[in-house]
Design a protein around this ligand. Sequence first.
Ligand SMILES: Cc1ncc(C[n+]2csc(CCOP(=O)(O)OP(=O)(O)O)c2C)c(N)n1
Ligand SMILES: [Mg+2]
Length: 802
Amino acid sequence: MADTAAQKNAILGELERKVLWLAAWTIHNANHLRANDEGIKIGGHQASSASLATILTALYFDVLRPEDRVAVKPHASPIFHAIQYLLGKQSLEKLQNFRAYKGAQSYPSRTKDTDDVDFSTGSVGLGVAQTLFSSLVQDYVRAHGWAKDRPEGRMVALVGDAEMDEGNIFEALLEGWKHGLRNTWWIVDYNRQSLDAVVREGLWQRFEAIFANFGWDVVILKYGVLLEAAFREEGGERLRDWIDNCPNQLYSALCFQGGAAWRKRLLDDLGDQGPVTALIERRSDAELARLMTNLGGHDLPTLLDAFEKAGRHDRPTCFIAYTIKGFGLPLAGHKDNHAGLMTPAQTEALRAAMGVRAGHEWDRYEGLSLPAATLDRFLAEVPFASRKAGLPSPHIDVPAALAMPGTPGKEMSTQAGFGQILNEIAREPTEFASRIVTTSPDVTVSTNLGPWVNRRGLFALEAMADLFKAERIPSTFNWDFSPKGQHLELGIAEMNLFLMLSALGLSHAINGERLLPVGTLYDPFIYRGADALNYACYQDARFILVATPSGVTLAPEGGAHQSIGTPLVGMAQDGLAAFEPAFVDELSVILRFAFDYIQRSGDGDPDERTWLRDQTGGSVYLRLSTRPVEQPSRTIDAHLAREIVDGAYWLREPGPNAELVIAYQGAVAPEAIAATGLLAEDRRDIGLLAITSADRLNAGWTAAGRARERGLVHARSHAERLFEKLPAHCAIVTVLDGHPATLGWLGAVAGHRTRSLGVEHFGQTGTIADLYRHHGIDAQGIARAASALAPSRPVRHLRPAS
Ligand SMILES: Cc1ncc(C[n+]2csc(CCOP(=O)(O)OP(=O)(O)O)c2C)c(N)n1
Ligand SMILES: [Mg+2]
């Protein structure tokens, strides 16, 4: 235990040097491999990493508590891993394999790194906003009476100054303000450099004003204690003025050039043959360089003091910490240093300067002056190090079946069905219902979450009654806010929806409390938040995304809202199982599956029936529609339920000599059924395949192929079993309200001639009938395509194309 602040600072100072060295050596080591193998050198982001060495040292070795959660700026990954290594949470092997296969990741990764990364980073801006939403989710969890046995954590983001250009950060700020954000620290690494350039002058003032505007405390950490002391010397004020007026470019350049250059420039600009000259001349070149780079973000006492003060309250706080990109390295300050890599000679010089003997580069305390026992004792008592990896992730039981609204023979849309299923869940006072949390970016009512919200209420830390209700003004919706509410209403920004889903969907890992998040939005706006969606999946957050309305089927809503490519997004997005049911009973089965699937975390071999890795679980995307569709009359037995989840079932089984199969997905079901009727008399044994998930059907098929290639010759996927009895001459017409490529692969499953219909152009408004005709996905269009593809006899019910 460090007895005094001075002793603690001395230890932290040693650790900072160590961390800087280990990170530099990690990168050097990794890049050497690349240089040898391929004769090229990739950037290791040494400079970007070094910029945060002091701040991360202060945080991880002293300030952070086990319950705190951190998003570390992507390029500071080597510093982060070095710290974990010193804390005994990262293996040497992983460090030695930095950026290599199964080694420590280039950017901190929750799923791929093994040293307890809280939030992944990589796509700049997203990790930052993630901390804000995770703080809101922590409040949500605690307001519902959960996680009370654990201390409240602080959500901390290490932010690059150029990272602040990302718009999603500002969208999040606004949302945080609306929800009374607490317990959040954003620490801006104000090194005044981006990837390409040096940032604009005075940027910090814009940041300060913005954060203050949103109710944050702003703490500016510009000078370290050495500089502050120098300012108190005679002539010191002039030095301060000079620094304050120094352009960022010049400051960076002088940092790069070092002590002699500082001296020359300062004497040229300030030399007075009096106190200022004396102040400069009292210092050697090395001391002068040390003084001039003693910025707030590189000064442990300044940082510790600021964090300690901010730790006394729960107000969101933005620290603007002045730093030098490449601090402590020969790359420091150079504007081209972003991907810069130290030369072997420079690394060698750093090794010598750090007192590290050749061959002892990885030794934990090599080159440090304090006794190993002192360092051991200190590290063993670091508060953060007592954190146990992996909170329990309780499983919430899902009912055996959910409600199946809709009447056979009557019309209902999947979107309406979704609203009614949730409404039925909301009636039940079950643990399952209480763990569901819904969220929507200002489309709660228009995506049919209204009935659920009426029953379960909106969430806010402070209760607020619906004034319209209080005033007895008739309204369909009851918008009471309370800490017990289960709907988080967001502003329109879709990035925020996905980051909120990401935060809600990580609650089991962050708060040890499982939530079952359901987010709704209009399908086309998936693109607006696609990077955040990808990010949420990358860090394995678990949620159900309900996208509705979709396709051109939202016809009168207008061309701007039509979505074509989203079924392909659903197929291609790793970690997301995409479904597009046509009927409400299918939706009910899928939704039940989804509530269970999002909770799974198994690891193991694929399911032999589907070849899907279902025990691993993931998130779920439901592409729904506002189109009322006649509901089938049937009971869903276990076999059919399984096929719905597996991705497809025969709505009409093809006969032994089938000439034709029509395979459809989603809202075009009535057209596919009608086309089957038109063709049935003239095409023998026609089959009609209902596809509920092109994504799962396709994934199972490719996985089974891979299994066979590995020697599991009997591997058969669901798609292959569905088609195994189809005669070779059978043709397949596929159709959906989305890009035709979604189902275009079906012909390759068993080698059948295929024509894929769908939508390739958007923007035209009209009725559903107009638009389906326009895109050739109406019954006649499907029948025409079928007739051309399987041209045995003329189809009597076919009309010529208009
Ligand atoms: C969304 C996104 N766009 C671009 C990049 C590429 N990129 C990585 S770091 C960076 C600049 C970072 O500058 P800053 O945030 O100031 O961090 P510093 O390198 O100065 O530490 C860019 C453009 C990225 N990772 N993510
Ligand atoms: Mg920067």
